[in-house]
Design a protein around this ligand. Structure first.
Ligand code: GTP
Ligand code: MG
Length: 203
């Protein structure tokens, strides 16, 4: 099955995006497979409202394993099954918690096997940053370079519902003038139709 990997720094809204994307396909419940860095895997069914309450969080590194959903995407006259995998957030430098370090290593291992990488950036945060602050960390840039060279890379500028996000989006566009960037809000569920079109084209 084709694999779509959702990556990005911690707290940018990867989990919120994954759940809103599932909802945008008409689902109100999902089955999520949790695969931990030690290989242990478990699956759980959720109403989307409960999944949001339990899996999205305001603090960093809420997600510490791979969280996969098999979603059925419209394709021509039929449908195509695609595995969407939400991952552990990346961060600059080496994280002090071993559990987070292992989970980040697990995320990086997935990059090689993905057929499409959706790289989420918090556009609102970028808009609030100082002019000279880095938009992407070193590890983000490495993933971007790897995936861009294979033509399997799309940037999603999230949190477009916040006022600073417009400035953030223009900064991201200035930095990556040739890159396909889709503005979205996982909170307000905007931009998801375009993401569906992009995913359908790539997978
Ligand atoms: N305003 C706004 N907030 C959002 C949006 N998407 C996510 N958030 C908030 O951002 C915070 C982080 O969301 P998550 O979906 O848990 O982010 P994540 O990237 O999965 O984070 P980790 O798993 O901790 O790395 C939560 O407080 C969300 O409610 C959005 O589109 N707009
Ligand atoms: Mg998460």
């Amino acid at each position: 099955m084709r694999q779509c990997l959702i990556v990005g720094q911690t707290n940018v809204g990867k989990t919120a995006f994954a759940l809103s994307f599932a909802e945008s396909l008409g689902l109100d419940k999902v089955e999520i497979v949790f695969t931990y860095p030690d290989g242990f895997a478990t699956r759980q069914n959720y109403a989307l409202s409960i999944a949001r309450q339990e899996l999205i969080g305001p603090t960093t590194h809420k997600t510490r394993c791979l969280q996969s959903m098999v979603l059925s995407l419209p394709a021509g006259k039929g449908v195509k099954l695609v595995t969407f995998t939400d991952t552990t957030g990346l961060n600059e430098g080496i994280h002090e918690e071993k559990e987070v370090r292992r989970a980040i290593a697990q995320t990086l291992q997935q990059v090689r096997d993905a057929n499409l990488i959706l790289h989420i950036i918090d556009a609102a945060l970028v808009g609030r940053q100082g002019e000279n602050e880095q938009i992407l960390t070193e590890v983000d840039r490495q993933i971007a370079g790897f995936a861009q060279s294979r033509g399997i890379y799309v940037l999603l500028a999230n949190k477009m519902d916040q006022s600073s996000a417009q400035l953030g989006l223009s900064r991201i566009r200035a930095l990556y003038p040739n890159q396909h960037i889709v503005p979205v809000s996982a909170l307000n569920r905007t931009g998801l139709k375009e993401v569906r079109a992009v995913v359908a084209r790539h997978l």
